[in-house]
Ligand binder design. Structure first.
Ligand code: NDP
Length: 301
């Protein structure tokens, strides 16, 4: 409890408010990151959970619009449902059909998604190697969509999607190719994905496999070339997928970098200031360590 208490922000009459809307929110890591950043920058801002039911969502957004709130994050299960409640949605978020950040522009409440750009930033030096590359995206859910759009935007040459449900992979790829007609791509089953690994510069695992401790890897990484970058969006622990990458001496990244950078970008939307990345990183590491020790593992951004 000591480390939890030490993250508590001071609340005064001058406090400015950011909320996170979702359900449940008990394990959210974002309050840790943002309150640490506000304290480090000596900003009188507070980031607090606003757990609402689906039936309360519209009213909750109305209240956020009407009162003195600077912005919000939106998480599961409202990233899509919140869109009709907003005044405007940024173009990329419109295409994704999801938002994770609400901010004020003029008198308007605007929705944005920082997941895709957060993913690209998390690649660090690998980001510039993506231009002209080809690889495999495993999964076709909301996170996969944001990653696929970001990779296409950054100039990958070819992107293949392998998903348990083939229809969802086809739908994602069809929409992506419509937006980026020069991109090459195709869909594969998870079994076919394995045979394709030797031709991949990168493989991104974006399914929910790995959220539970005993989850298997969606596919074996045997056959991946020596320099293939392996990324798993799960950030709670080294997943079976990432452990394989480590055993095979493949370069690899977990999802904590994406979580960090999507949070930093949200912070910048609200405050207009550069996020203190190292403060956010340290707070996130503390929160993840606490999650590992506690009975409930944080599983929501
Ligand atoms: P969705 O529910 O939208 O998509 C889930 C995906 O996982 C689908 O492709 C689904 O396949 C697949 N899947 C689920 N169970 C299985 C299984 N047993 N076997 C094979 N495939 C399976 O979730 P999100 O896209 O929002 O999230 C996916 C992951 O990304 C989560 O682990 C989440 O924590 C992580 N994430 C990480 C972020 C970060 O900042 N690091 C940000 C956002 C998400 P199907 O279509 O067949 O159902």
């Amino acid at each position: 409890m000591k480390s939890l208490e030490s993250t508590a922000p001071s609340i005064t009459g001058a406090s400015r408010l950011i909320f996170i809307l979702g359900h449940p929110l008990e394990h959210s890591l974002s309050p840790w990151m943002h309150n640490a950043a506000f304290r480090a920058l000596r900003m009188p801002w507070v980031y607090a959970p606003l757990e609402v039911t689906a039936g309360q969502l519209k009213n909750a957004v109305e209240i956020l619009r009407a009162i003195n709130v600077e912005g919000a994050n939106v998480t599961v299960p409202y990233k899509e449902k919140v869109i009709p409640c907003l005044d405007q949605v940024e173009r990329e978020a419109q295409w994704l059909g999801t938002v994770n950040t609400l901010y004020r522009r003029g008198g308007k409440l605007v929705g944005a998604s920082t997941d895709g750009e957060g993913f690209l930033k998390s690649l660090g030096p690998w980001r510039r190697k993506m231009r002209g590359s080809q690889g495999l995206l495993i999964g076709a859910g909301g996170a996969a969509k944001a990653v696929a759009e970001a990779l296409a935007r950054t100039g990958v040459r070819a992107l293949f999607v392998a998903n348990r449900s083939p229809g969802r992979a086809r739908d994602l790829l069809r929409r992506l190719l419509k937006r980026y007609p020069r991109l090459k791509g195709g869909t594969l089953s998870l079994t076919e994905g394995r045979g394709f690994l030797g031709r991949c510069d990168w493989v991104v695992q974006s399914t929910s496999l790995g959220l539970k401790t005993d989850d298997p890897s969606p596919l074996s990484l045997q056959g991946a070339g020596r320099g293939t970058l392996v990324v798993d969006l799960v950030y709670h622990r080294p997943t079976a997928f990432l452990r394989q990458a480590r055993r095979l001496h493949l370069p690899h990244l977990d999802g904590s970098g994406m979580l960090l950078h999507q949070g930093a970008l949200s912070f910048e939307y609200w405050t207009g200031r550069q996020a203190p990345l190292e403060v956010l990183r340290k707070a996130l590491a503390q929160a993840l360590a606490l999650g590992d020790r506690s009975a409930g593992i944080p599983d929501k951004s």
